[in-house]
Design a protein. Sequence first.
Length: 253
Amino acid sequence: MTISPNQTTAVILAGGFGTRIRHLLGDLPKPMAPVAGRPFLEWVVRYLAAQKIRRIVLSTGYRAEMVAAHFTAQPVAGVCVTCVPEIRPLGTAGGFLNAARSVAETPAAWLVLNGDSLALAPLELMFGLLENAEVNGAILGKQVADASRFGTISTNAAADLVSFNEKKPGAGIINVGVYLFRAAALEKFPDRTPLSFETDVFPALVAGRAGLKVCAAEAPFLDIGTPESLPLAEAFIRQNRSRLVSGIVGFQH
């Protein structure tokens, strides 16, 4: 059965404190860094809206009330955004599960993204992989010349996830932090807290032969988490604005 974006709920992990760029942001949560006239997190939401995702949950942490206040006062047309605070550190996968359990109706699939990065790939590439009933999840990857900051993903010839590798210089496919899961895949997550996608969930799913594919895409990508990368965000958004507004009713340039 084909799963479409309108059957999917996205969870954006937006609880980052932003230690490495704290001196640049003051008391702002990292995902709320101002970029091209809007918080960076809003651009992530607008990207999802352009990809026809209509239900979004923000997993918030540091200054959660600031994030909620922004999206209440300035809603993004075409999407329903709700905020779920993370009361204590739960890890990346733990924060996702905490947010997912707040949703009244279980969607056909869950999309997970980071609130401090953007990979502007067409999501149809990932949804296409789920047309195979044996595939329970897909990870978005990007081929880069230097993977030293991110670490790499190993796959086999069929593009099945094999492992995540430690950071080291050299070319490779990096994990850009975008994951798509069938709803049933969540039942296979380890039952512990805190819970990490990279060190807990994905190794467990690989060991259990849960059917995870890596979708390598040539897509513009930016992570704003360092003093070197944050200043690049303004130009990144302006250069890729068309990917962030298409299909959004009522968007004002």
